[in-house]
Design a protein around this ligand. Sequence first.
Ligand SMILES: [Zn+2]
Length: 276
Amino acid sequence: MDALTDAGLDGETVAANEAAATDLERIHPAGHVRRILEASPAAGLNHLDPDTVLSPGSVRAARLAAGAALDAVRSVARGERKRAFCAVRPPGHHAEPDRAMGFCLFSNLAIAACAAQGLGLARVAVIDFDVHHGNGTQAAFEADDSLFLGSIHQSPLYPGTGEASETGVGNIVNAPVAPHTDPRAWRSAFEGRLMAGLDAFRPDLVLISAGFDAHRRDPLAHQSLEAEDFAWATRAVLTVARRHAKGRVVSSLEGGYDLEGLGLSAVAHVQALAEE
Ligand SMILES: [Zn+2]
């Protein structure tokens, strides 16, 4: 937030609303939603798994994170704006329909994608450049050919899924890259696999799972991207979104665990997102 403010990118900030249970149930079974909503401890911590730990404020934060994507998508669907960036935590792309995991409680962008479809944007794509595979989004999308996921991620790495052979009903494109991949090779995979697939899908709306943990400073993975690589990837998405989706793009923060790398990358991403 400080990085965005310092870069003068906080001019049109909108506070998020908490996602309603009925919205969370667009992806997650009602019983699972109820269990998560009741899982925040009154004090101390509650471990759902070794990575996914709730404090007293976690459920409210997760409802706001999902709610931010919902608010943004609804605003874009109504034609009030064309782009938005959701500066949220916790992330969402590891949360499967019936399982919270990998710091993620709710599948923020899958929920927003279903809401967008309900507002007339029939074909919704998610581009996921977080360094980890978007297994939760894939689990939500893999049987529905009106939805598309393109994920580029390091392999081997948590959560261990995302092989190129995982293609859903022809609507999933996975581009695993090896540790220490040259940024030029990363760009080539992003363009040749993800952007080619996105263009062929002809989306009405593009969502971005914007994780910045492929930055060279990040402690959780071994990629070598710089902030300008994320700006480049953002412009590549915009090119396809202008062609098919009237330029409609909603981006939501996923990972990114080095604060300096995260700030620099988020600023480069939002600046690119704001270009006409
Ligand atoms: Zn990640």
